[in-house]
Write a protein of this length. Structure first.
Length: 263
C-alpha cells in the first residue's frame, strides 16, 4: 500500500482500470473494512482517504475529541487490500485563499442538518474535492450515514458528476449497536444505555411492518434516551427510519430500512 499526502502525489499515480474510493475520517472499524473489501472486490484500484474534515464539525471540542490513530489505520487499510491511502492535511484541502462551498438546499437542512448547522456543507464540499482529486469510478459509503448518502447523491445529480455512489448495509456489533468511531467515547454504562437506540429503531421497523406508525413506536421505545430527531428518510427508492440521540457526551446516529432496497 502506498501512502500519499498531497494532491500532486495522488494525481501523479498511474491509473489502471476502475478506481474505487472510500472517503473516511479514520479511526477504522469493521464497518470501514467492509467498504474497503467491497471496493477491493469490485475495482482494480482501491483508494481510501483519511481526513478529519474540520468543515463538517459544528463544535471545536467535538473536532478535538474525534479519535485519531493513523498508524493503526494504515495497518488495517493495508491488511484489507487498499492500494492507496490518501492522508491530506487541512491546509492541503483548504488553502488560505479557499472561498468555495457546496450546499445542497433543503435536504441538507433537515434531520442532521437541523441539529448540526453547516455540517453537510462541509461534507459535500470535501467529498466533491475528493471526487475531483481522485477521479474514482465508484465511491463507497455506509448506510449508517444514510442522509449523507442522500445529500451526496443529490449533489452528483445536480452537478452532473459521473460517479456511481454505492451504499452498503450498516455493520453492527453482536448486541446490535451500529459500529461508529465515536463508540470509543462511551463508558461501559453508556454503551449499555446506547443499545436503546437500535432497539427503538427495530421496534419502529416492526410497527411499520404491522401497518402502525414507525416514528411513534420508535420514540416510545427509546427507554429514556432524548432524541434529537426520529423521522423517516428517503434514499433513492428506499425508505428508512432514522434517529439521533446523545448518550452522555457522545452523539450517535442510526437507521433501519423500512421499505425498498438500498441503491
Amino acid at each position: 500500500m502506498r501512502t500519499v499526502h498531497s494532491i500532486d502525489e495522488i494525481r501523479g499515480l498511474p491509473r489502471s482500470g476502475s478506481v474505487g474510493l472510500v472517503p473516511t475520517m479514520g479511526a477504522f472499524h469493521a464497518g470501514h473494512l467492509s467498504l474497503f473489501r467491497a471496493a477491493r472486490e469490485e475495482c482494480e484500484t482501491v483508494v481510501v482517504s483519511l481526513f478529519v474534515n474540520p468543515a463538517q464539525f459544528t463544535s471545536a471540542d467535538d473536532l478535538a475529541r474525534y479519535p485519531r490513530d493513523e498508524d493503526r489505520d494504515s495497518e488495517l487499510a493495508a491488511g484489507a487490500g487498499v492500494d492507496v491511502l490518501f492522508v491530506p492535511s487541512a491546509s492541503e484541502l483548504y488553502p488560505p485563499d479557499f472561498r468555495t462551498w457546496v450546499d445542497v438546499e433543503e435536504l441538507s437542512h433537515a434531520l442532521e442538518g437541523e441539529h448540526r448547522p453547516g455540517h453537510f456543507r462541509g461534507v459535500t464540499t470535501v467529498c466533491l474535492k475528493l471526487f475531483n482529486i481522485v477521479r474514482p469510478d465508484v465511491a463507497y459509503f455506509g448506510q449508517k450515514d444514510a442522509q449523507q448518502a442522500a445529500v451526496l447523491r443529490q449533489m452528483l445529480r445536480d452537478l452532473n458528476v459521473e460517479l456511481e455512489l454505492r451504499v452498503l448495509p450498516t455493520v453492527r456489533d453482536l448486541d446490535g449497536l451500529a459500529l461508529s468511531s465515536r463508540n470509543a467515547h462511551l463508558s461501559p454504562d453508556e454503551r449499555s444505555r446506547a443499545l436503546a437506540l437500535p432497539r427503538a429503531l427495530e421496534a419502529g421497523r416492526q410497527a411499520h411492518a404491522s401497518g402502525e406508525d414507525a416514528v411513534a413506536a420508535a420514540r416510545a421505545a427509546l427507554n429514556g434516551l432524548a432524541p434529537d430527531y426520529v423521522d423517516t428518510l428517503r434514499l433513492g427508492d428506499a425508505t428508512l427510519l432514522a434517529a439521533a440521540a446523545h448518550v452522555g457526551s457522545t452523539r450517535l446516529i442510526d437507521n433501519v430500512l423500512l421499505e425498498g432496497e438500498l441503491p
